[in-house]
Design a protein around this ligand. Structure first.
Ligand SMILES: Cc1ncc(COP(=O)(O)O)c(C=O)c1O
Length: 458
């Protein structure tokens, strides 16, 4: 039996949750067009839709909110944040943004010309969409073992270095305005990237004069996995590991709603002064003045404090073990999940959970609906709904290799009993999996389809 990690905090504020009846959930799901994004949060019992912006903030962060300086320019909270960002990432310049995708938008507006390509281990949905929105081509070059849900390799977020170099040679370095790595790899199971791979990615990109950016939302969880799994790092403090990770890159985009433990916020950081100046122009146009960037002074303060809390090793040890606990409970019941678990979520492998549903009938989405019906739990599909793309030449759908349902665990929010409930609900569902049927679209927008698509049962 898995052991539950003891929380390095105690609970001071609570928010009631309520369970609905099966009949209510059937009605709610139908009204929502079988898309859990369209369900009211109050109708969810355990909300594992995302770990983004759903953290419980600490008393120190809440106290920081009261110390918000709401001056338009030069508020003191900006300088506290600047100190945290500079000290942790080492990058010379940064601008705050209201969240990660705004940082992506500003960065790509400054760098990508139509027809250019941006290679990565695996782009997340907003990154992919923001590259496409600039007329660019987001290219995923994840190493093969990252695509095998049963492989226990320690760093399944690694990019395939040989394919990366071959890709640059094939399209020409002038067609690659930047390269990226997502740490940890959210679309591929929250899997970490090794230090060796981050270093090698930087070397390859720099050899061709291409800037290297980290999508750093979960950089602290990634750093902790390096400490746990990569030879030579067991005795290195996480903060030092994080600094080394950033040292190989030229900048990063950050959704602070993850490892900086805030409900809103992000930033874009870089070393290149000229890029920084262009980013400031874009920021003023889209987000706000460079010392607040779409956030209130109080948000900047919570973010500055959250960044430090996010690299606390006692917190990270709990965080990773908490997620592992849920994964271990699933494995004990032979429920197919992506293994080993990442830091922020347990991913059900919908292909093995529902082998009778072909990808064209959206098994991942069907599984998210079934989970809600069975237990009022909300997860998110990371599979064909999110990532299937039409082949421009043949018009045929290209389906992603991984068909997953992510059960993302909000930070410092749910207890052992909540996770036990999730595991038991999954177990019941797995026992009657043959009764679950597929879905078809009744509405499917072109961009970021999963947020607003609607479905009906087949
Ligand atoms: C890897 C990754 N990149 C970028 C983003 C976008 O961040 P945000 O939701 O703050 O815009 C997310 C959000 O889930 C993410 O997981």
């Amino acid at each position: 039996m898995a052991r539950f990690p003891v929380e390095p905090f105690k609970i001071k504020v609570v928010e009631p949750i309520r369970q609905t009846t099966l009949a209510q959930r059937e009605e709610i799901l139908q009204q929502a067009g079988y898309n859990l994004f369209a369900v009211r949060a109050e109708d969810i019992y355990i909300d594992l839709l995302t770990d983004s912006g759903t953290s419980a903030m600490s008393d120190s962060q809440w106290a920081g909110m009261m110390a918000g300086d709401e001056s338009y320019a030069g508020c003191r909270n900006f300088f506290n944040l600047e100190e945290a960002v500079r000290s942790i990432t080492g990058f010379r310049y940064f601008v705050p943004t209201h969240q990660g995708r705004a940082a992506e938008n500003v960065l790509f507006t400054c760098t990508i010309e139509p027809g250019q390509s941006v290679p990565s281990n695996m782009h997340f949905d907003t990154t992919q969409a923001n590259v496409i929105a600039r007329g660019g081509d987001p290219v995923n070059l994840l190493a093969e073992e990252g695509l095998d849900p049963t492989s226990h390799a320690p760093f399944k977020g690694d990019v395939d270095i040989e394919r990366l170099e071959a890709f640059i040679q094939q399209v020409g370095p002038e067609s690659v305005p930047l390269g990226m790595l997502t740490v940890t790899n959210n679309s591929g199971g929250g899997q970490p990237v090794s230090m060796a791979n981050i270093r090698a990615t930087g070397e390859v990109l720099h050899r061709y004069g291409i800037p290297f950016f980290l999508d750093a939302c979960r950089y602290a969880e990634n750093a902790y996995f390096i400490k746990l799994r990569e030879p030579g790092y067991a005795d290195t403090p996480v903060l030092e590991i994080a600094r080394e990770m950033f040292s190989y890159a030229d900048g990063c985009t950050m959704s602070a709603k993850k490892d900086a433990l805030v409900n809103i916020g992000g930033f874009l950081a870089m070393n290149d002064e000229e890029l920084y100046q262009r980013a400031c122009q874009q920021l003023i146009l889209r987000e706000g003045f460079p010392t607040y960037g779409g956030l209130a002074g109080r948000d900047l303060e919570a973010l500055a404090r959250g960044l430090w809390e996010g690299v606390d090793e006692r917190y990270l040890a709990y965080r990773v073990a908490h997620t592992r606990y849920l994964a271990d409970r699933m494995v004990e019941e032979s429920i197919p999940i992506l293994e080993p678990p990442g830091g922020h979520a347990v991913y059900l492998d919908a292909r093995r959970f529902l082998p009778h549903i072909p990808q064209a009938e959206l098994p991942g989405q069907a599984l998210t609906c079934a989970l809600f019906l069975e237990g009022g739990i909300r997860g998110v599909e990371i599979g064909s709904v999110m990532f299937a793309r039409e082949d421009v030449e043949t018009g045929e759908m290209i389906y992603p290799e991984l068909e997953l349902v992510r059960l993302a665990i909000p930070r410092r929010v749910y207890t052992q009993a909540h996770l036990d409930y999730v595991a038991e609900t999954c177990q019941r569902l797995y026992e009657c999996r043959e009764e679950i049927g597929g879905l078809r679209y009744t509405y499917a927008p072109d961009l970021l389809r999963h947020f607003t698509a609607r479905f009906e049962p087949l």
